[in-house]
Design a protein around this ligand. Structure first.
Ligand SMILES: [Cu+2]
Length: 164
């Protein structure tokens, strides 16, 4: 019995530092997006025909949403890259897309403050076979437009997220 107690005590000592280290990470600036638990997960695909497989998406307002974009195409990124950009309410999609179009060094995400502020969330620019996930929460109910900001794509690659 004494041996067992000693063993358990030793085990408790070994476990303690790990749990102590893990605790402070949550809710701090070091929190990674993977750590957040999504209330809802959505997958959107995009392809060489410049199509998202979804044009209308509904999400609950105030909930944590994880959206994964998958590029199922085969054409190289330089000619057919795709991303998924959600714009804040009140943004003029066409005007914003024109700014994005010339922002090649930043993968077609405009660098001006006002244009960046217009973004609610966005994925990386994806080449064929790639995917990226974003985590976001839409606090205010309403309609939000999304698009692919690769030059010339938004005419076909756009849609609406409704937060209810
Ligand atoms: Cu695209």
């Amino acid at each position: 019995m004494k041996k067992l107690t000693t063993t358990l005590f030793a085990a408790a000592l070994t476990l303690a530092p790990a749990s102590l280290l893990a605790a402070p990470a949550a809710g701090t600036a070091t929190e990674k997006k993977e750590d957040k638990k999504a209330d809802l997960e959505i997958t959107v695909t995009c392809n060489d025909q410049m199509q998202f497989d979804k044009k209308e998406i509904e999400v609950p307002a105030g909930k944590v949403v994880k959206l994964t974009l998958k590029n199922v195409g085969q054409v190289p990124k330089v000619a057919m890259g795709h991303n998924f950009v959600i714009l804040n309410k009140g943004t003029n999609l066409s005007a914003w897309a024109m700014k994005a179009m010339v922002a090649k060094p930043t993968d077609f995400i405009p660098t001006e403050e006002a244009d960046k502020k217009a973004i609610l969330a966005h994925t990386k620019l994806l080449g064929p076979g790639e995917e990226d996930s974003i985590i976001f929460t839409i606090k205010e109910a309403g309609d939000y437009e999304f698009l692919c900001s690769f030059p010339g794509h938004f005419a076909l690659m756009k849609g609406k997220i409704t937060a209810k």
